[in-house]
Design a protein around this ligand. Structure first.
Ligand SMILES: [Zn+2]
Length: 341
């Protein structure tokens, strides 16, 4: 599957670059490079060592000064934006408090373990389902969940290699807003999460009217609301739309402009309205998900994320502040994907 990914370094101009891995489904994230006067800032690393190295090599070929990365900004703490920090560990790495927390809770070693377990369970086939259901009857539900989740996780994450990846979290933490200089170029970081994750931040280059959004923006794909509140994400997008911006680099998918921001804003507004209607009508979460049409977004990648998004909204509406069970969410997405295939 990895071979079908189209990896490109785009020159936005004036020393600013974007790196995309298209079409940008699960784990295939974008990154950015900002250079001036021989100094360099990397926006996000990638999901594993191999693809991060490949990106760094491509950047170095195009921009000699990128042979040394001075600063890394992690837009948030999901692995596909910061596991690759291990290759630029000498740089100053900047992120929000929530970014560090997400990375601590979801290190590469956990993904490696889960993928290993998913492969084993998958190789057992129907047997795993049976073992799982037997164990369920005594209250051990993880194997059945893993067996379901494997159907999504193996094709989505099977190409990545998480072995031997030590966590390298940001060491410079910022809250709210942070202004940096790359050479003479002003770069401003805004913390806008929690929304997609616990600590979403964007990277703004005012003089080049360029914005790196991290996963506050997916282009032509369903966003995934791991954290919420959704109202916070909507407010963040409204704020970004007001900014002086021409080029927008999403966390996943093709480069865009404010059109991309408006599309996801509209998606979140429709999703919120449709979910609330079903919640108010007393529908169960599973019924609400099955009932949810979202026809106007047909054709967007990763539609199974509706499962997580409706769950997050239901938790918000119920005032439930417990952390969700990620494995159960993956299992639910896998079941939804299978039923709508
Ligand atoms: Zn991502």
């Amino acid at each position: 599957m990895g071979a079908r990914i189209q990896k490109t370094l785009h020159e936005i101009g004036n020393g600013v670059y974007a790196y995309t891995q298209l079409p940008g489904s699960w784990g295939w994230s974008n990154a950015g490079l900002i250079t001036d006067g021989g100094e360099t800032l990397l926006v996000d690393t990638l999901f594993d060592r191999k693809i991060t190295q490949e990106m760094l090599d491509t950047m170095r070929r195009a921009v000699p000064s990128a042979s040394r990365i001075d600063t890394v900004v992690n837009t948030h703490g999901n692995g596909d934006h910061c596991y690759g920090n291990v290759l630029v560990a000498d740089a100053e790495i900047i992120g929000t408090r929530g970014c560090v927390q997400d990375l601590e809770e979801g290190p590469a070693s956990r993904n490696q373990l889960l993928m290993r377990a998913a492969r084993i369970v998958d190789s057992l086939g129907a047997g795993a389902r049976f073992v799982g259901s037997v164990l369920n009857s005594v209250g051990i539900d993880r194997i059945a969940l893993l067996s379901d989740a494997a159907a999504l996780a193996l094709p989505a994450f099977g190409d990545f290699d998480f072995s031997g990846m030590k966590p390298v979290p940001p060491t410079r933490i910022f809250d709210g807003e942070l202004e940096l200089r790359v050479g003479d170029k002003r770069v401003v970081l805004f913390e806008l999460g929690p929304a997609h994750s616990k600590g979403d931040a964007v990277v703004y280059v005012p003089e080049d009217k360029t914005l790196f959004t991290g996963d506050l923006l997916f282009k032509d794909a369903h966003p995934i609301i791991w954290e919420g509140p959704v109202s916070n994400w909507i407010a963040a997008l409204r704020r970004l739309i007001e900014m002086d911006v021409e080029t927008v680099v999403p966390g996943h998918g093709v480069l865009t402009d404010k059109t991309g921001l408006r599309e996801i804003l509209h998606y979140l507004e429709v999703l919120t309205k449709e979910t609330r209607r079903r919640f108010d009508a007393g529908m169960s979460i599973e019924d609400a998900i099955r009932d949810m049409a979202l026809d106007e977004f047909r054709g967007w990648l990763d539609a199974e994320r509706i499962y997580v998004n409706v769950h997050t909204l239901y938790r918000e509406l119920e005032g439930d502040t417990e952390q969700p069970d990620i494995l159960a969410l993956f299992a639910g997405m896998a079941r939804l994907q299978k039923s709508s295939a």
